[in-house]
Design a protein around this ligand. Sequence first.
Ligand SMILES: O=c1[nH]cnc2c1ncn2[C@@H]1O[C@H](CO)[C@@H](O)[C@H]1O
Ligand SMILES: [Zn+2]
Length: 384
Amino acid sequence: MTSQTTHVPTADQIRRAPKVLLHDHLDGGLRPGTIIELARAQGYSKLPETEPDKLGAWFRDAADSGSLERYLETFAHTCAVMQTREALVRVAAECAVDLAEDGVVYAEVRYAPEQHLEAGLTLEEVVEAVNEGFREGERLAREAGHRIRVGALLTAMRHAARALEIAELANRYRDDGVVGFDIAGAEAGYPPTRHLDAFEYLKRENNHFTIHAGEAFGLPSIWQALQWCGADRLGHGVRIIDDIEVAEDGAVTLGRLAAYVRDKRIPLEMCPTSNLQTGAAASYAEHPIGLLRKLHFRATVNTDNRLMSGTSMSREFELLVDAFDYTLDDLQWFTVNAMKSAFIPFDERLAMINDVIKPGYAELKSEWLFRQTVATSGSSTPGE
Ligand SMILES: O=c1[nH]cnc2c1ncn2[C@@H]1O[C@H](CO)[C@@H](O)[C@H]1O
Ligand SMILES: [Zn+2]
């Protein structure tokens, strides 16, 4: 006898389930074939492979290094082909289409405008091109029968010195496609407090931001991001596990920082496959998300870089279902967590939860009932 709560979701159900993605890099999600075409059109000759499957495999292997610094080197090739208006529009449109096809209904996609100025675009032109691409992708997705809404997050690179300028840019476009701000890049040696002026500016403007923290570096980075910088969310945040003690009898003790993160419902943008590749977690089964979900932290599931990790939202969900026996109820919990934590207005988040996410999961959860009815009538294929 199966029931809706014990039923293991199939790959097809996971793909059809409405999903919400808060942490996805535009320059980490290009289609390999697009990189090759753009490189050819722009005369970029440094690609390590010129055949799509091989190039995709190269990105996955190169990113599989166990080090965040080496992982980040692969972005030189994607950023190289994202320097013109046309290229940015195309990449952003394909991003929205690919996410929608995977069942993502709401996404916040980030990129660093300062990395797209090499061919003479201004910061504003970069933002406007990406926005145009997202709108085009939303339209194409709708024509193909999928609904998706995409917001942009503007990232400043933590080793650079343009954070305030990028924060001002995010603020200028806040009513025009940009929903918040982020900092990314190598973590060790570049604490978020280097960019305090940017965060203080955004707080004064009542704007939103997330910070990559607790990925390659531990608790001090998370503490700074929250208590000095005032981050609304944590990019990754996996190392919060260092502040949680599980005794042999299963008793759990939270340190002050972990307790704060849970008490204040700080969203954790967790990216399981990316964490395995950069060495932040040893295996899916040992990924901290398992314990954090049990302890009711505000954990969310994300892709980080679909190209470098060869992944999608559905694949991340599938891997977690395999590792932790998650049900559709668990997947809905992660999805509602993510939607609650989005940077769009509260009334819109609520409507997405009540009118899109919950009905979507309810529909999937009801399927087992009708499957049984069909089976007893003798018309279904055996074993289904
Ligand atoms: O997991 C990550 N941790 C830190 N930085 C990252 C990660 N993934 C991508 N980027 C960095 O963010 C830039 C803008 O999208 C990328 O170019 C890459 O350098
Ligand atoms: Zn990231």
